[in-house]
Design a protein around this ligand. Sequence first.
Ligand code: SF4
Length: 430
Amino acid sequence: MAKPVVSVVKYEDPIRSLKEALELCDGLAGFRKSDKILIKPNIVYWDLDLPFPPFGVVTTSAVVFSLVQILFEEGFRHLMLGEASLPVPKPQGREVYKVLGYEKLRDNYGVELIDFNEEKFVPVDFGDYKLSIAQKALEADKIINVPVLKTHNQCKVSLALKNLKGVLDRKSKMFCHNVQMDLNSTFPRLVEKLPVALNIVDGIFVLERGPAPTGKAYRKNLLLASCDPFAVDLVGAAIMGYRAEEVPHLKYYAGRHGRSTSLAEVAVKGEEIAGHCSYVDYDWEWTAEDTGPAGFMKRGITGIAIRKYDDTLCTGCSAYYNAMLIMLLSAYQGEPFPGIEVVSGKKRLASPGFAKTVLFGKCTCVLNKDNPNIAKAVPIRGCPPDLKRFEKALQEEGINCRYDAYLKYRQYLFDRYKDREVFDLGLYLM
Ligand code: SF4
């Protein structure tokens, strides 16, 4: 059997480089001019209120615009673009498309811009469970999947297979993080139900400790393309320093589909990948005793045990988790915390021996409602929880967490890319 082809091309010119990547893998060979084509970028979320560095987090508009232009020049006229970004606090896909300049795609090329969160979702049977998938994605003749080259603190890498989670409604996304489910064996099955015909990994940047802007981006200047989502993920993972065998969802997919996890089974065209492979870490270091991030320990912070998030924490809570840590850090004034445990997610039970237990998010509030281990609960309800409420609740307990410290941190995350030519916001804001 012929090996699946993955092209790896240096990003030097928006149109020329993408064309080269598509030609090397014959990416448009199976497309008909009459096809309804859905482009699925990765816009996991965007913050319209606070500084948001999108590098390595969101698909660049440069790649999306080049793709649309190439498709248009090739005579494809039925183009759609859809995503279901994190609807926090409400669906805002259209405003985000506006910020990214996507309205020009609509005006100049007739691209239908779809916020899946505002559209119909259809329950799809996966045998032992159902997931609700955006109807527009199911109805497309072909999907062009355009993820980012990034790591993921729960899944190690987030590439083509992972990007498809963005076609699910909010409930189904949460379901993938259910206690009964294994996150790494749910989303890899989505591709079985979707007409994914081409995958383009936007590697203009690579993100360490992704998937959110709390990770650190590096300029990588690569484009990967393949008709085979698993093959492109193998190569993308290798470029970030991971063997497929050590990435649970790739291992699962390989087992389910009788595929090899060996890179030798892929025909790489274009760049030699060996010269582009370098390890980027995917997760935050935690203490061996599970008492909090290593950074807390290094600062000598004691009297608090922040239990590490697990796979049951969905993207909503994950997006605020780091903010919660920063706010706790702001409360540290050199004195030990007064015996606090912080728990989150859907399966972590609070332990005995703490004066106060902070329950971060609705799920852990429900799970620990009658937990006899808890001396004094500090429930932060909400799905996801509200940071201002977190600040207020903690201050009422005498712990001076400050929301403004989080705002400062957000500015810091943004500023660390400022005035650096390679981090060009113009790649996003068209
Ligand atoms: S509270 Fe958090 S973990 Fe629970 S469903 Fe909502 S976002 Fe997910």
